[in-house]
Design a protein around this ligand. Structure first.
Ligand SMILES: *[C@@H]1O[C@H](CO)[C@@H](O)[C@H](O)[C@H]1NC(C)=O
Ligand SMILES: *[C@@H]1O[C@H](CO)[C@@H](O)[C@H](O)[C@H]1NC(C)=O
Ligand SMILES: *[C@@H]1O[C@H](CO)[C@@H](O)[C@H](O)[C@H]1NC(C)=O
Ligand SMILES: *[C@@H]1O[C@H](CO)[C@@H](O)[C@H](O)[C@H]1NC(C)=O
Ligand SMILES: *[C@@H]1O[C@H](CO)[C@@H](O)[C@H](O)[C@H]1NC(C)=O
Length: 698
């Protein structure tokens, strides 16, 4: 696109990150973007942090980078302080609170802000409750604010927050409408006046409603209306009018905001927190192809316990203190498990968990007036790379997150793929790439023209299915879908030792024939089917596939080893080439042991001398790498030194302040700058080491 030079210079000034030196303590580090409310593909609010942006130095953004209006003020002894967002309020004066610290855990981001003689603690909690599908599917996040005097004296404190209608659309010229309900809970509900079921604009769903809620405790007030009017009301008066503006209008027309204020009264020691919920819910949530091309509309699983969003919000807000206890226990468990590897590893894992869960939604089908709770399917949005539904080679890198937290989620992610292909509507003999081109429409690919990754996806399905079965001892997937699994194995037997010119999951790197790493995947896939057959008592088939896998490994070693015997090549015969052979991690995870230990040792030695400043490149075609595959590789190398080299490289990149977007898995190893991806669920792959049994870690 042509950009006039002047305009371009102006734009680059405007977009330059705030490079102020960081003046607060960060634990464990300042990430490029801090998760604030990250629970679903459509509830995904972040603080773009870059090299040092405080909570009140920028607007929170949707994962795409578009602004989500979200402002916070406090009044302390009559003096106003801004602690969230960067609102301008003409005709008023206020100070900026000073950020003292930032801490993130797996579920929380906690900021301490000094507002004159009072310190505010602002906690953003996005629960991760993988064992409870109701709780996990609730598209709601908490945030809370507590205050404490920092000079030993009592101070009068009021707290204010609002959200804008930017939370309901990717097009701010569209008309929103809203209602505020009062009772024991105060709730602002905002939505587009014209809804599009299952439709997105700029990755925002154009359906359903945003919610902003708080308990209606003594001293709570509310207001909605023009941003500058509502904010000025609080700044000048320390409370709101309990009145609304019903001139429904475009999101950007006199920016309507949806606000609450709480009066904390006279504050000395730390107060109990005032708690808010922010969310985005829609119904139905996902469209899903079933037999004969019929389309099913599925709801989020929370509807099985709550008949209205209002009752879900009321329970959610009332449960905050328990939810915080559960979140702290979850954070502590993840941290303890990951710290067994290293502190660097624990920090990467903590940053990855909300991002991974923020791409999935647990759904249920309806039957008559109720729900079929035996029919639970999880859907994943391939955030940022193309918006596909349940992409097999995106579930695959993310797999360790589900294996670690609850393997049933893994099964429920695979089920749509199995069910669809078992209907016979997908025409190819290999595994489909995804369940639909655009989330949340899981319409399949009856024309067979999905992005072709035949060896990649067939191997992935076999590996994940055996992994689930081993971890859960549940034989249902392998019993029900044995024929499909065997069909994909047949394909791998003909097509994976000498892989045709095709792409792998790393499609951005280009297509190539004879990819060593794809052949690894295919061979582990064949061996996985041998074990699946064995689990079902089909010993003849098991022995046959085992011997095919063993014979392929022998041939593969000749094709894939460089002529000087120092490393595996990227593609057969190209001795100068090499890459991260991350698919060998699957051989270790499944304990299939088809590849000789000497190959693991050889690769370990090779990587020890082939790292750039920010890690080992993905392969010799480029100098970029992938954080997920780097950590998978850390899970397969045979020395602690190389494992830690790979881990510390990812941590160095994640903390380098060179971007302000939600964690990107694709980055440059020479200087630690980010490539095109952001906020993708593949960071679930950072759990690779945590998902291995202790006995299998180096
Ligand atoms: C789910 O949330 C409810 C409150 O709505 C809570 O009582 C329950 O313990 C939670 N379940 C799990 C497994 O944490
Ligand atoms: C807002 O728009 C929705 C969708 O068209 C409609 O169902 C609802 O009744 C409207 N609400 C108000 C308060 O006008
Ligand atoms: C409920 O779902 C299960 C699993 O998909 C299915 O076998 C069963 O037929 C469904 N029941 C009804 C009443 O639709
Ligand atoms: C792939 O590798 C095999 C075995 O080395 C070789 O026979 C074949 O020519 C290669 N194909 C291509 C396209 O390079
Ligand atoms: C082993 O499996 C291959 C691929 O399905 C098949 O062609 C071959 O006949 C089988 N061999 C035996 C002994 O069953």
């Amino acid at each position: 696109m042509f950009v006039p030079a002047l305009l371009a210079a102006w734009a680059s000034l405007l977009l330059a990150p705030v490079l102020g030196a960081v003046t607060w303590t960060a634990t464990p580090f300042n990430p490029a973007s801090v998760p604030l409310a990250v629970r679903s593909p459509y509830l995904s609010a972040w603080l773009p942090q870059g090299a040092g942006t405080a909570l009140n130095d920028a607007w929170p953004t949707f994962w795409t980078g578009s602004i989500l209006g979200w402002a916070g003020f406090a009044k302390v002894d009559g003096v106003a302080f801004n602690w969230l967002g960067v609102p301008g309020v003409p005709g008023t004066t206020f100070n900026k609170a000073t950020q003292k610290s930032l801490q993130f855990t797996s579920t929380q981001s906690i900021f301490e802000m000094t507002a004159g003689p009072v310190d505010l603690t602002v906690t953003f909690l996005s629960p991760v409750e993988p064992s409870d599908p109701v709780n996990q599917s609730l598209p709601l996040s908490y945030y809370s604010v507590s205050a404490a005097s920092n000079d030993g004296k009592a101070h009068s404190v009021q707290i204010y927050t609002d959200i804008s209608a930017e939370w309901v659309t990717g097009d701010n010229s569209l008309t929103a409408n809203w209602t505020t309900t009062t009772g024991s809970v105060l709730t602002h509900q905002v939505q587009l006046a014209a809804q599009t079921q299952f439709g997105e604009i700029g990755d925002h769903i154009q359906q359903g409603s945003a919610y902003h809620s708080t308990l209606n405790t003594a001293g709570a007030t509310w207001q909605n209306g023009q941003d500058t009017v509502v904010r000025a009301q609080f700044i000048n008066n320390g409370k709101l009018t309990n009145a609304g503006d019903t001139a429904f209008r475009a999101v950007s027309d006199r920016w309507p905001v949806f606000a609450f204020a709480h009066d904390l009264g006279s504050v000395t020691g730390a107060t109990a927190p005032v708690v808010f919920a922010v969310g985005h819910a829609r119904d139905p949530a996902v469209q899903y192809i079933v037999a004969g091309g019929a389309l099913q509309s599925r709801g989020l699983f929370f509807w099985t316990r709550f008949s209205t969003v209002a009752s879900a919000i009321s329970t959610f807000l009332g449960d905050y203190s328990n939810a915080l206890v559960r979140a702290k226990a979850f954070d502590a468990k993840v941290n303890a498990d990951a710290t067994k590897i290293s502190a660097d590893y624990a920090s990467i894992v903590a940053l990855s968990i909300r991002q991974g869960f923020g791409a999935i939604e647990t759904t249920v089908s309806r039957t008559g007036g109720g729900f079929n709770t035996s029919d639970v399917l999880v859907f994943m949005k391939e955030i940022s790379s193309d918006g596909n539904v349940n992409t097999v080679d995106v579930i695959f890198p993310a797999w360790p997150l589900f294996l670690y937290t609850n393997p049933t989620l893994g099964k429920q992610l695979l089920l749509p793929l199995f069910e669809y292909q078992a209907t016979g509507q997908y025409p190819n003999k290999w595994s489909v790439h995804d369940m639909g081109a655009s989330y949340p429409k899981a319409l399949g690919h009856n024309d067979g023209k999905d992005e072709a990754m035949p060896v990649e996806e067939s191997g992935n399905m076999l590996i994940m299915t055996l992994s689930y079965t081993q971890k859960s001892n549940d034989l249902s997937l392998i019993k029900t879908y044995f024929n499909l699994l065997d069909q994909w194995t047949q394909f791998l037997i003909t097509d994976s030792l000498i892989p045709a010119n095709q792409i792998s999951t790393d499609d951005f790197a280009g297509s190539l024939a004879n990819q060593t790493n794809l052949a690894i995947k295919g061979i582990v896939g064949i061996k996985a089917m041998a074990q699946i057959a064995s689990l079902l008592g089909d010993t003849a088939r098991s022995a046959n596939y085992s011997s095919i896998a063993a014979s392929y490994v022998q041939q593969w070693q000749k094709f894939a080893t460089s002529s000087d015997g120092t490393h595996l090549t990227l593609s057969y015969g190209d001795s100068a080439s090499w890459g991260l052979s991350y698919n060998m991690f699957a051989d270790k995870l499944l304990q299939t042991n088809v590849f000789p230990a000497s190959v693991f040792d050889m690769q370990t030695t090779w990587y020890s001398t082939h790292a750039n400043a920010f890690g080992v490149p993905l392969d010799t075609r480029h100098t970029y790498t992938k954080s997920d595959w780097s950590i998978w590789t850390a899970g397969l190398v045979t020395t602690t030194a190389v494992r830690d080299l790979l881990i510390s490289s990812v941590r160095k990149y994640a903390a380098d302040g060179k971007s302000s977007q939600p964690l990107g898995d694709w980055y440059e190893t020479t200087d630690g700058s980010v490539e095109g991806f952001r906020a993708r669920p593949v960071v679930g792959g950072h759990l690779a080491l945590a998902s291995l049994p202790d006995s299998m870690r180096h």
